[in-house]
Design a protein around this ligand. Structure first.
Ligand SMILES: Cc1cc2nc3c(=O)[nH]c(=O)nc-3n(C[C@H](O)[C@H](O)[C@H](O)COP(=O)(O)O)c2cc1C
Length: 304
């Protein structure tokens, strides 16, 4: 998730919660013919301590994909995920992310990188379509002809953004005809949801989870453990995770208290959405580090 699951978050998440088999970076794109320095730093293997990390690339053409690969592969990565799902209007309008989905010929051209790089393995992350959930079916010839380890589908269209409901029947129709292992993504909120999906779609190769892991970071660990964590365990892990995240950014951000608070508050856009509304508001209103620390402490103590 852009802006949230950067290296420090991934590392600390994994250390305090875990349960995730593979982490995917937020998409990396070209800006003025190269990858932003900030994104290259985030991919630096020295800064990443999770066992399995996959760089995700956002390219609109095979040429762009080659340029991105030329900067990412020398870092040592051998598996690459291609983003065909980003629904930011500025991205889609440029024919990237989900903007590629109505164009099977462009998808086919992009996926030729999988043939040109036999030394690498590739996967795709996509949506059902840009406007129409049946678009994914027209992409099957290109996807099935490409050398992919798996295809992850967020079961919405790009036009839906994050609204409406996920379309399970459309996902199943796609998965039935996709020769690659399929991974489901979209609106998994609890470990019970994971189990329900696994029962509903026994053919799944896995699930990808976004917002719910940024909201309740113990979700995947609970699924792995086969049991819910008790309130005390959730609370103590959250306190330690938050304290380490805060310490990291207090040490590394150079923009002072204002930048530190803005960064920390960005995590609270997702973290613990069911916590007391007034306490969440206090965090967002905090203007100094001590006021922020008091607000977080009050919320975490009150949230089992
Ligand atoms: C703030 C934000 C940033 C995201 N950034 C990315 C991204 O860089 N790459 C990607 O494949 N998906 C990205 N997504 C989409 C998620 O990976 C996921 O497909 C979507 O949120 C639906 O899954 P969920 O219901 O589990 O969150 C982002 C989502 C959000 C909310």
């Amino acid at each position: 998730m852009q802006g949230i699951t950067e290296a420090p978050f991934r590392n600390l998440f994994d250390a305090h919660f875990g349960g995730v088999e593979t982490y995917y970076t937020p998409f990396v794109r070209l800006e003025h013919d190269g990858i932003r320095r900030k994104d290259l730093r985030d991919l630096d293997p020295e800064r990443n301590h999770v066992a399995a990390l996959v760089p995700q690339l956002l390219a609109g053409s095979p040429e762009e994909a080659e340029t991105l690969l030329s900067q990412v592969v020398p870092m040592g990565y051998r598996h690459i995920d291609l983003n065909l799902g980003c629904a930011f209007p500025a991205v889609a309008r440029k024919g990237k992310g989900c903007g590629l989905l109505p164009h099977p010929e462009r998808v086919e051209a992009l996926l030729q990188v999988t043939e040109r790089h036999p030394e690498l393995s590739f996967s795709v992350k996509m949506r059902l379509g840009y406007e129409d959930p049946a678009e994914c079916l027209s992409l099957l010839p290109a996807l099935n002809a490409a050398r992919l380890t798996h295809v992850t589908v967020h079961a919405r269209t790009g036009k839906q953004q994050y609204g409406g409901t996920c379309d399970h029947p459309a996902f199943k129709r796609f998965a039935e005809s996709c020769i690659h292992p399929t991974v489901y993504n979209g609106d998994i909120a609890t470990s019970v949801d994971c189990a329900r999906l696994a029962a509903e779609m026994p053919f799944l190769a896995g699930v990808m989870i976004g917002r719910a892991l940024a909201a309740t970071p113990w979700l995947a660990a609970e699924y792995r453990d086969g049991a819910a964590w008790d309130g005390a365990k959730r609370q103590s892990r959250m306190k330690d995770f938050h304290a380490d995240l805060f310490d990291h950014y207090a040490r590394t951000l150079e923009g002072g208290e204002k930048q530190l608070l803005a960064k920390m508050k960005s995590f609270w856009e997702y973290l613990l959405p069911d916590a007391d509304r007034k306490l969440r508001k206090r965090i967002h209103k905090a203007q100094t580090a001590p006021a922020y620390a008091d607000a977080v402490s009050a919320l975490l103590c009150a949230t089992p």
